[in-house]
Design a protein around this ligand. Structure first.
Ligand code: BES
Ligand code: MN
Ligand code: ZN
Length: 501
């Protein structure tokens, strides 16, 4: 249960009060009253330099008798000038994850006044509800015993809540659930989260959230001449599928947003096999599909006034007597022939057919999310999403949405000379370029299958997966870009109605 309260935070009957403060050398003025209620305990903590509000630092005060909360957790958010939604979430998540190691806890959350400056109460409420939802999930989908527990009660203390405060709690929960859902889908083993299982997960989500659901099975894909996608799938015992999940929230709008996700449930590399170290995290190669699926589910739960479709390209890239081979030439759905030079460049083959299908089925604005290249991780590191594509308006909106949610995207070039690198002697193109600029040539390859529809490609190979855990998040699937996609859909311009005279 998450509720909003205007009661003073120190009067809350809770096991823990989480109090967020910015970095200050001395006790922040707006905490003086709380300090008095605590008989000067805060002041002495600051003067002894035990806690100064530094980013993601915490300090706990236990068994308090002066105030109603039994324990107090001070949580630092760092310099307020550097604050972003992501930094605020990480600070709060760090604190929540310090205390949710036992079941049944009641907690209060309070942002100090100097933290809340410049943030609307509704944003803070949503963010707190989001964090309280996400903090509960750990990487241990396979553990016998859970190591984190849902809070019994979460009281978010704000002085002046907006009238629709409860709506913001709900949207925070929805967003948090979408992030957690993505993380869980990624964290399951590849023998569990097969293409078939992903289809079932999508079907279930469609039932829960009132989405249109359609699945194209292997025979349908063959009828559609989606031979690039089928080539990747043919080495696996699992059957490939293309899933469509649609939310029609605005029948009067002609905008049809398509979100295409790379859903390679395991990427062994195929015959161009990966070394073990590179293969070990490749159950996460379906993160794009998981991300778009959860984003559309959230759009429906939030009843957003947009039309949006998730397209999931679900296959497994494996090795067998049926595998596609380096040197094979395959004909994509558009008729373009592709010389396969490396079976490990499989995501682009899957997306080639998925993108063209999405465009031929009503998409007016297309965004794909894919764990497409290691080269993108080399270029931007593990936390920044590479953004490619010719549509400045669409990429501008994505950038804005990312800034608002505090996630990191960075625009990448796609100059025409990269296309030269994909030329083939025997086919219309090949599926890999030379080593340098690998993230760009991958994006240029996708561009061949998009035509003139506004399109942006997001390479999430780095951000979708964390190799190590941090105070605010376990290792494994991260749910990166789920919040940005939801924010993009929330900010989508509602088409103006024809003026009435
Ligand atoms: N799924 C990988 C990309 C990847 C790498 C995702 C690291 C997450 C972390 C993709 O299918 C792949 O194997 N790409 C190759 C392309 C190469 C063969 C041109 C790569 O990046 O090495
Ligand atoms: Mn690969
Ligand atoms: Zn891959």
């Amino acid at each position: 249960m998450i509720r909003i309260t205007t009661d003073s935070a120190v009067s809350l009957e809770v096991d823990w009060l989480v109090l967020l403060s910015g970095a200050h050398e001395s006790l922040p003025a707006d905490l003086r009253q709380t300090d008095q209620q605590l008989n000067g305990k805060l002041g002495s903590i600051w003067s002894r330099n035990e806690f100064a509000g530094d980013y993601c630092k915490t300090l706990s005060l236990r068994q308090l008798t002066e105030i109603s909360p039994v324990n107090l957790l001070l949580a630092g958010i760092g310099q307020t000038e550097e604050l972003s939604a992501e930094r605020l979430r990480r600070s709060l998540l760090t604190a929540l994850r310090k205390i949710n190691k036992q079941p049944g806890l009641r907690i209060g959350v309070r942002f100090a006044d100097h933290v809340a400056v410049g943030w609307s109460a509704s944003t803070l409420i949503e963010l707190a509800a989001d964090c309280a939802t996400v903090a509960v999930v750990d990487a241990g989908v396979h553990k016998q015993k859970p190591s984190r527990f849902d809070f019994k009660e979460v009281h978010i203390a704000v002085d002046q809540p907006p009238v629709d405060a409860d709506e913001h709690v709900k949207s925070g929960r929805t967003i948090g659930s979408a992030v957690s859902g993505t993380r869980c889908l990624v964290n399951y083993s590849a023998y569990q989260m097969t293409p078939e299982r992903m289809v079932e997960e999508a079907r279930e989500l469609a039932n829960q959230c009132d989405l249109e659901f359609q699945v194209l099975d292997a025979a349908d894909l063959a009828r559609e001449n989606m031979n690039a996608m089928l080539a990747v799938a043919q080495g696996s015992d699992r059957t490939p599928s293309l899933v469509r999940l649609s939310w029609r929230g605005n029948p009067t709008s002609s905008d049809e947003i398509g979100l295409a996700g790379k859903g390679v449930t395991f990427d062994s590399g195929g015959l161009s096999i990966k070394p073990t170290e590179s293969m070990v995290a490749m159950k996460s190669d379906m993160a794009g599909a998981a991300t778009v699926m959860e984003a559309v589910g959230a759009a429906a739960s939030l009843r957003l006034p947009v039309n949006v479709t998730a397209w999931l390209g679900l296959v497994e890239n494996m090795i067998s007597g049926q595998s596609y081979r380096p040197g094979d030439v395959v004909t994509a759905r558009t008729g373009t022939t592709i010389e396969v030079q490396n079976t490990d460049a499989e995501g682009r083959l899957v997306l080639a057919d998925v993108l063209s299908y999405a465009i031929d089925h009503g998409t007016t604005h297309l965004i794909d999310l894919a764990t497409l290249t290691g080269a993108c991780v080399v270029a931007l590191g593990e936390e920044i999403t590479g953004m490619f594509g010719g549509c400045d308006e669409l990429s501008g909106r994505i950038e804005q949405a990312a800034t608002n949610t505090g996630e990191y995207v960075w625009p990448m070039p796609m100059h025409a000379h990269f296309d030269e690198l994909l030329k083939s002697d025997v086919a219309d193109c090949r599926n890999v370029g030379p080593r340098w600029g690998g993230a760009v040539t991958a994006a240029c390859f996708l561009r061949k299958f998009v035509g003139t529809t506004p399109w942006v490609h997001l390479d999430i190979a780095g951000p979708s997966w964390a190799n190590t855990s941090a105070a605010w998040c376990d290792s494994g699937g991260t749910g990166a870009m789920v919040r940005t996609l939801i924010q993009l859909l929330r900010q989508w311009p509602v088409q103006s109605q024809p003026a009435r005279h």
